[in-house]
Design a protein around this ligand. Sequence first.
Ligand code: SDX
Length: 434
Amino acid sequence: MSKTNSATFSLINDATGEKFAMPVLDGSVGPSVIDVRRLYTQTGHFTYDPGYTSTGSCESALTYIDGDAGVLLHRGYRIEDLAEQSSFLEVAYLLLYGDLPNGGERDKFVHDITYHTMLHEQLINFYRGFRRDAHPMAIMCGVVGALSSFYHDSTDINDPHARMVASYRLIAKMPTIAAMAYKYSIGQPFNYPQNDLSFSENFLYMLFAVPAEQYEVNPVLAKAMDRLLILHADHEQNASTSTVRLAGSSGANPFACMAAGIASLWGPAHGGANEAVLNMLNEVGHKDNIGSYVKKAKDKDDPFRLMGFGHRVYKNYDPRAKVMMQSCHEVLEDLGVDDPLLELAMEFEKIAREDEYFIERNLYPNVDFYSGIILKAMGFPSDMFTVLFAVARTVGWIAQWKEMIEDPTQKIGRPRQLYTGPTERPYVPINNRK
Ligand code: SDX
């Protein structure tokens, strides 16, 4: 829990000379916060922070990011250590319950998730309502939002058991829903989950197995998938997580909150960037063209941005991008894939990082810059990249939602505004309008 230290920040109204002292709250690590909860009642003023560049929206114990140092911790464990030594379901347990599970806890959690992977059979009809060329993220928004109409027994957010069941259902069913969205888009039959496979093995099976032949999961791909899911699991109060928290603060059921998170993640400035990176690299085509694209990225009059670069929090290398690039080399080497886009991406990074514009603004590759290259090598079309991000981030969304619901101080999120519209004026009947 936060603690108030002896420090305060004083605000002085220069017009009246009034002084307002506001308490400072310290966390366990990272920036302290100025508690402005009483600012409006004391001063009649709101704070103003579009995009929340300097605003802490909540207290959380899940994930800590030091953007200047390029550090990412989940419940105190470094992302590099978790990616190297842990598994996605272990990280899910860590985020949900606060520590890594022991052997028995892990086995029970894996069993419980495994036995929730099937969908209600009627949900499968939902897919048939979409055009075959629907973007898989559109399908994800629709099908995940529809889950609440099938699982009424786990929508009571005030019942801890119902919250746990809904959380397990969402973590377990997202791969099934995602794989079905992919199969539907390519006109292949759906695969049912296989309980004798691990989480990531089963995901690959449901995505790529076909009835016409035996499917053997490639262990290198299963490990790479599990690592990808770990790298995308949670990331503090990013746009989609904040969307889930805000939706959940009204008491909306967790299935509807996850659908809101998926919608927010879809944006190219957020989770949609991995798809946008690959489209950008394909458009650039050759390293001789990189210079003109770097020039476009720097041109204020050009909406083009270097996708996969920059981050609101990281002003250093995104630690996930480092692990991703290492994984890239391993997967491509193991698959014997020589994708020129990897060389192009590395050359792009080199050129950008030597440019004053990017250096001055501390713009580094983020988690999305290399992920698409791995996913492409694993056989995914680019419109499935953000779907995979959503499968992984469901763990973070659920853990953050659970933390919020269990916070005794939690209240509905309701920001205010700086109003700049017309002041009150008389109604004008239509015959008197110009
Ligand atoms: C994710 O928040 C999270 O944690 C997100 C995420 C997660 O795990 O949840 O990490 C996942 O969303 C990663 C980000 C994926 N998005 C992209 O790669 C899209 C490209 N990146 C940019 O759109 C941008 O960097 C953002 C959106 C990621 C961050 O934008 P900010 O924090 O609002 O920064 P900004 O727009 O104020 O940029 C500061 C300056 C500006 O220039 P000046 O006005 O100072 O002259 O840097 C420039 C920007 O124009 N800039 C870029 C740039 N990113 C920032 N210029 C060119 N190319 C870029 N990519």
